[in-house]
Design a protein around this ligand. Structure first.
Ligand code: AMP
Ligand code: MG
Length: 409
């Protein structure tokens, strides 16, 4: 019955309501790539650290370069190129060579750029007027020591790590979320590994390697457990039992539906102490989604159909991994798009359709790809987004606005 299906938009709120992030640990900033920050990161020092030249040229006093150019200044002793230490002070009427990133000498309040200044014996000729502060990066203009640089819940990517290190976070450990140990189990007696040619009735197991790769990409480390189980009650119980021992989050594909040989839900609930949060979502593809908990462990049962696996990986599994790490924004990015072509709706279920994006007349347009069966992934491999088509009567028209979820891979 359609009425007992969870509406698509309620799936994440129902998970989030039960979800507690795992604990925290301290790691060196250099080892923190991909990890989720769990305490705000504050600048250890002012940024920029000192008044510095923003251009190559001459450090001057603006008062000496005001009025009618050119201005003739004495070449000062010393220089202020980028490097350790501090240049000597600048006296009135002097100009000192300075490089981008060099410390502005005491007494100087501007940099006359190289392009409009020149050396003439022991004099410097400045050909344009200079105002106080010209071409100087002020100490602390970006951040003051103690200012928040990155909020708790931020994923530390390469740019965040660079910003953190510049502000002094590289000199002490940072507090990040513990990464969940993820287990991947593929069920199905028809499955053979990708390096074996399938015999009659057999197919290649694409879900398990896909899920392993997704886990590795999101976490920066592979699954803690990965196995295959045939469609047999005892084999399923053994494999899922071992998987639960070793993991905080177990994802199972296949065998969660209503078939005679779909043992996953029964086994988890009757033999392994799992409590169901919900089963079956009003969406296409991916209706037989099963979410449960066993103690503090999370279990996500995905249908075996590969497109459904990719959809659920985007909307549920990757967000769950991120949320367990404490990410503030675990969900995929949602974009408003316009439909390039008419699109049928489903009366009861939310359709998730894979599409490419293009920009036209200042808007983002989604062209839905034709091979959209739940068992079809060839077009998904070139899609940019999943377009969300809410349930309803009739057809959507070209130009209609919808939300889409950015696919990451
Ligand atoms: P199930 O959810 O077990 O009924 O499987 C649904 C469909 O997905 C069937 O056609 C299966 O053969 C297929 N399938 C199940 N597991 C996998 C897998 N790991 N890789 C690729 N296809 C699968
Ligand atoms: Mg199966």
């Amino acid at each position: 019955m359609a009425t007992d299906l969870v509406p698509f938009e309620e799936v994440w709120p129902r998970i989030a309501a039960e979800l507690e992030p795992l604990g925290t640990e301290q790691v060196a900033l250099d080892d923190a790539e991909g990890r989720v920050l769990r305490e705000p990161l504050r600048a250890a020092w002012d940024l920029p650290r000192f008044d510095a030249a923003a251009m190559d040229g001459y450090a001057v006093r603006a008062a000496d370069c005001t009025g009618e150019p050119p201005f003739r200044l004495r070449l000062a002793a010393g220089a202020a190129y980028a490097g350790p230490g501090k240049p000597p002070p600048l006296a009135a009427g002097e100009a000192m060579p300075i490089g981008t990133g060099g410390v502005v000498p005491d007494g100087a309040d501007a940099v006359a750029v190289r392009e409009t200044s020149r050396l003439d014996g022991d004099a410097v000729i400045v050909e344009r007027t200079v105002a106080e502060g010209d071409n100087i990066r002020r100490r602390g203009e970006e951040l003051r020591a103690g200012d928040e640089l990155l909020a708790a819940g931020t994923r530390l990517d390469a740019v965040a790590l660079a910003a953190a290190a510049a502000a002094g976070a590289g000199t002490r450990p940072v507090t990040v979320g513990v990464r969940p140990r993820v287990g991947v189990v593929a069920t199905g007696s028809e499955l053979v590994p990708p390096d074996r040619a399938p015999g009659p009735g057999q197919i290649v197991d694409t879900n398990r390697p896909l899920l392993e790769r997704l886990v590795r990409r999101v976490l920066g480390t592979g699954p803690a457990f990965s196995a295959h189980a045939g469609d047999d009650a005892d084999e399923t119980a053994r494999t899922l039992g071992d998987a639960l021992e070793a993991t905080d989050l177990l994802v199972v594909t296949g065998g969660v539906s209503v078939g005679d040989r779909d043992y996953v839900r029964r086994t988890l609930e009757e033999r392994l102490g799992a409590t169901r949060l919900f089963w079956r979502v009003a969406q296409k593809p991916g209706k037989p989604l099963y979410v449960a908990q066993a103690g503090a462990r999370w279990i996500v049962g995905l249908p075996g159909n590969p497109a459904a696996v990719i959809v659920h990986a985007t909307t549920v599994l990757v967000p769950l991994i991120r949320a367990l790490e404490g990410a503030a924004e675990p969900l995929p990015r949602r974009l408003p798009v316009r439909l390039a072509e008419p699109q049928r709706r489903d009366r009861r279920r939310t359709l998730l359709r894979w599409a490419t994006l293009h920009v036209e007349n200042g808007a983002l347009w989604a062209r839905i790809l034709p091979r959209c069966g739940s068992h079809m992934i060839s077009d998904l491999a070139r899609a940019d987004v999943l377009v969300i088509i809410p349930p309803g009567e009739g057809e959507l028209a070209p130009g209609d606005s919808l939300d889409a979820l950015l696919l990451e891979r």
